[in-house]
Design a protein around this ligand. Structure first.
Ligand code: SF4
Length: 530
């Protein structure tokens, strides 16, 4: 028996809902998803999952859901919106059981609809399972075609994985259900390419999977009387669990009443650890631990390295709230220049509207960030941020600082220029949308209207993680993709950027109207890049 429900109200879509799309912060790659699982009979697993998902909310804000089993029934509750919108006391109290998995979603495959909210559920005869996914497959279309699926049969890569598992189950009616699911999982996992950290649940157990590259994090924790799986360690902390270890790339752990068992189904030549470098730079919470390193301390070291690499005389070092602040702290410490707050972030911003004109775009940014005039008036500022993706927010922020009286603005970025799109679970858009794909660093400086601009080098960035040699994906910075990208994907997102000519006139044009607030594509056109 199973139940799948939404709480509250009917299924709904955010596909065409303008308020569902973020527009005030387009200068950082957007997160993928957070996943969580707990096996703890006798404990309030739905409440524990709620807390775990709450701690992972930063990884996805489009939808949230959980699947809870009491041994007889696997119940899925999911809805669009935040964790706190999806569950209330009554819902959680009704979700009794001994195990649960959950997911917070940001869509990178499949649209942002209730149907694509997770966990994904399938029932085959008397067996049922649910699945939560963080990452992005790169062979979704090939797998769907190979399985003979008609268009529309599945609506996301996660849905495809669930459908493939269900098809394998249907094909092996002679096997006992649990045994059949194990065989199905083994078969399907070996067919997937790309990024997939997974949590799965049936009525009796939870399963954690990390792809052979380990693109997305997944850790194992121990709770009094139970086990926990989570994308990031703060989700363990919040429920009082302690970290056991990070799952290895290519590892599968199965947790049931007899304990926790580990498998390594992939061949050794398929294992190639390439954790997403942006987990360290931006995505993961600062209180997370990755490759055994504190993410916060790694970000502080990035700022220290940036100060050594690109010093400049100034009166104040400030970070762009909040992801730029640890690196700003490091920059200030290494440079000896005072650290202070120059921008205040509105903590209550969720999603904003698509601003139809420059005045409203500026208002959208101001709604999120507002300058502290007293701190910055007449000062030479060093402004530290973790990355620039499209550039529009950074440009608007610089204008705010100048309008508030900053005498100089020096931008320092704690990662190299973001030049290539991500295919492994981060939403960066096409190459044409990436500022650094079309413009040189000096052109970006002019576009942003800053006095100087420097990006941290890749070597210094790697050293700052404290995990040199552990294995990282840096494809969006270098263009070297660790898992091959099929041409049908790359053709649409890797259109070549012409870096050769036309910049001078464009710079002149921007000089005429330095605060026009044009989107990045338009900036690239102005520089003659498209
Ligand atoms: S391409 Fe960039 S954002 Fe994507 S997984 Fe690799 S390092 Fe992370």
């Amino acid at each position: 028996m199973s139940r799948v429900s939404t709480s509250p109200g009917a299924p709904k879509s955010h596909d065409t809902d303008p308020v569902a799309h973020p527009s005030a912060d387009d200068d950082t790659p957007r997160e993928a998803c957070g996943i969580f699982g707990v096996f703890a009979p006798g404990q309030p697993v739905a409440h524990l999952t709620y807390l775990g998902l709450y701690a992972l909310q930063h990884r996805g804000q489009e939808s949230a859901g959980m699947a809870v089993s009491d041994g007889e029934t696997l119940t899925v509750v999911k809805d669009m919106g935040l964790v706190s919108n999806t569950f209330d006391d009554r819902t959680l109290a009704a979700l009794t059981g001994g195990l649960a998995i959950g997911q917070t979603r940001y869509s990178t495959s499949g649209s942002s609809t209730w149907r694509n909210a997770q966990p994904v559920y399938r029932g085959v005869d008397h067996f049922e399972f649910a699945l939560g996914h963080n990452g992005n497959l790169v062979n979704t279309e090939a797998l769907a075609a190979a399985a003979g699926m008609l268009p529309g049969t599945v609506t996301s890569d996660s849905d495809l994985v669930a459908e493939m598992l269900a098809a394998e189950l249907r094909a092996t009616p002679e096997l006992e259900a649990g045994e059949a699911f194990d065989a199905a999982l083994l078969t399907v996992l070996l067919m997937l390419r790309g990024a997939f950290s997974l949590v799965l649940a049936d009525r009796d157990r939870i399963i954690g999977v990390r792809d052979p590259n380990g693109f997305r994090p997944l850790c194992l924790g121990r709770l009094d009387g139970g086990w926990v799986l989570a994308s990031e360690t703060p989700a363990l902390d919040v429920i009082g669990a302690h970290m056991v270890r990070e799952l290895d790339p290519g590892e599968v752990v199965v947790i049931d009443g007899s304990g926790c068992r580990s498998f390594h189904p992939f061949t050794s030549d398929a294992i190639d650890p390439t954790l997403c470098l942006f987990e360290f730079i931006y995505f993961a919470r600062p209180d997370a631990v990755l490759y055994g390193q504190s993410v916060h301390h790694a970000r502080v070291r990035m700022g220290e390295a940036l100060a050594e690499q690109a010093p400049v005389e100034a009166d104040l070092v400030m970070g762009v709230p909040e992801s730029g602040m640890p690196a700003a702290e490091g920059f200030a410490r290494a440079s000896g220049i005072p650290y202070g707050q120059g921008l205040v972030k509105n903590r209550y911003i969720g999603r904003t509207f698509i601003a139809p004109n420059q005045a409203l775009r500026a208002a959208a940014v101001r709604m999120k960030l507002n300058p502290l005039r007293d701190s910055i008036e007449g000062k030479r500022l060093i402004v530290v941020d973790d990355s620039i993706v499209r550039g529009t927010t950074t440009r608007a922020m610089v204008r705010m600082l100048r309008d508030a009286g900053a005498s100089e603005v020096h931008m320092r970025i704690s990662s190299p220029p973001y030049r290539w799109p991500c295919f492994y679970g981060m939403d960066t858009g096409s190459r044409g949308e990436l500022l650094a794909a079309s413009l040189t660093v000096d052109e970006i400086r002019e576009y942003l209207n800053v006095d100087s601009l420097a990006y941290l080098t890749i070597d210094r960035l790697m050293a700052s993680t404290g995990a040199v040699g552990a294995g990282f994906c840096d494809a969006c910075l270098t263009g070297e993709y660790p898992v091959e990208i099929p041409s049908n994907l790359s053709e649409s997102l890797l259109e070549p950027a012409d870096l050769k000519d036309g910049s001078e006139k464009a710079v002149q044009t921007l000089g005429d109207d330095p605060h026009s607030g044009l989107p990045t594509d338009d900036a690239a056109k102005l520089f003659g890049r498209t």
